[in-house]
Structure formats: C-alpha cells, structure tokens
Design a protein around this ligand. Structure first.
Ligand SMILES: [Fe+2]
Length: 240
C-alpha cells in the first residue's frame, strides 16, 4: 500500500514571525495546490494523510475552508486530522470532512486519531476513550497503522531528538506490540524524524510542508505493514 502524507501547512494571512526556519504559511494554499497536483499525477497513492496544523492560528478558520477546497481535488481518499494550531475538532470538522473510523486498504488498516488531547509543552495524550477506541479497532486481525498529529516513541530507549511525544506513549506502544500495530505516522515536529525501526512500534514524523524544501512524504508498505520505501518529495521548488 502506498501512503502519501502532508503535514503542518500553517496557513496564515501574513508572513509568520518570528519563525526560524521561515514558515511560508502566507503561501500555504499555493504550496498545497502544488503538492496535490504532484501527488495526483506522479505518485498515485492509495490514501493521503493530512496531519494537522493546517492553519497557524485556531481562529483563522477561513484557511481551513481554503485547504478543504484544495484537498477535495485529491484523486485518492483523504484523511484529515487537526493539530494543536487548529481549532478543536468540533470546530475543525465544521470546515473539513471528518474521517472514517478506519480505512482498510490492501490488507492494511489505517486508524486516524483526530480527538486526542493536546497537553502542556506541545505534547499530547490519548485519553481513555481514545485508548478504548484503539483497542476496539486495532483488534489484531490485520497490520495496522495509527495516524496522529504528535509523534509517539519511547522517551528513553528510542533516542529520538524530538521534544514532543504522547504522555502515555509507553501505554500506546505496549498495546501496539500485542495487536499488530506496525507503524505510527505523525507530523508536528517540523524537522521530522525517521522512519525508525524501534521495536515494537516503528515511527516517523513527516516534515512541515510550509518550510523549505517543502517536503511531503511517500511511504510504501508490504502486506505485513513493513516499510518498503520512504521518500520525501518536494511539492515545489520556490514560493513567492
Ligand atoms: Fe503541531
């Protein structure tokens, strides 16, 4: 199965300052248009995951409408979740299509988590309700990918230079080990990391699309959910 992932567009009315490296959210829609055109014409994935922070400020919901207008041109199913810069899910999904509970494609299940909580320090938490939902949907019957805004990895063992994580990452990873959850896909950490093959849950964080060199990610999985290839592609080479 081929998965395309876009994240952290940070659309804004004006140039975002301070921002180092620069965030090109003021031309975020143009970058997104180029990414979708390229994904449709060159990559032809089975599914497109959009990992949140579509807008830079939660109140700027008009950017969500603009993003939705571009994303509806995707030739494959699109799964869109909010990030910590977006409005809360109840507002976010007035402007975006709410994802299905899960997607079964070529023997792989993809489960989005749009309702996890954002906590202090730009970390996250999968609340009890979310853990129960994961337990119900990731039932071990097929390899499963979990998709959320904030990365999930073991704080101490995994040696990943990302300061953001799930407060209950250990609990999620323990569950993954027992239930054929084979990959955690996230955004949020703009410099990106991985994919890292830490046992038992490989994890990756895709780059921010609004920062040079305007990368989105392509991830191809075999029928066991193991990564065959992971490629970063440029949506465009330059912006105004
Ligand atoms: Fe974020």
């Amino acid at each position: 199965m081929k998965i395309a992932v876009i994240s952290d567009l940070h659309c804004s009315d004006t140039v975002i300052t301070p921002a180092n490296p620069p965030r090109h959210g003021h031309v975020g829609i143009q970058i997104l248009e180029k990414a979708i055109a390229r994904i449709n014409s060159e990559d032809r994935p089975d599914i497109l995951l959009v990992g949140g922070d579509l807008t830079n400020l939660p109140a700027d919901v008009h950017h969500l409408d603009a993003c939705a207008g571009v994303l509806k041109n995707s030739a494959c199913p699109v799964v869109i979740i909010p990030g910590n810069h977006d409005p809360k899910p109840e507002i976010f999904y007035q402007h975006m299509p709410r994802p299905q509970d899960y997607y079964d494609i070529k023997g792989i299940r993809v489960i989005p988590f749009p309702d996890d909580l954002h906590t202090a320090g730009c970390n996250a938490l999968r609340p009890e309700k979310g853990m129960q939902r994961m337990a119900k949907l990731a039932d071990g019957s097929m390899p499963t990918v979990i998709f959320q805004h904030v990365p999930i990895f073991r704080f101490e063992q995994d040696h990943i230079a990302c300061p953001y994580n799930y407060e209950n990452a250990a609990e999620i990873i323990d569950f993954a080990a027992k239930n054929r959850v084979v990959l955690a896909i996230s955004g949020h950490y703009h410099p990106a990391f991985g994919p890292y093959y830490m046992s038992p849950l490989p994890a990756l964080a895709v780059p921010s699309l609004c920062e040079t060199p305007f990368f989105y990610a392509l991830c191809e999985l075999d029928s066991d959910g193991s990564i065959i290839s992971y490629t970063l592609k440029r949506a465009c080479t330059a912006v105004e």
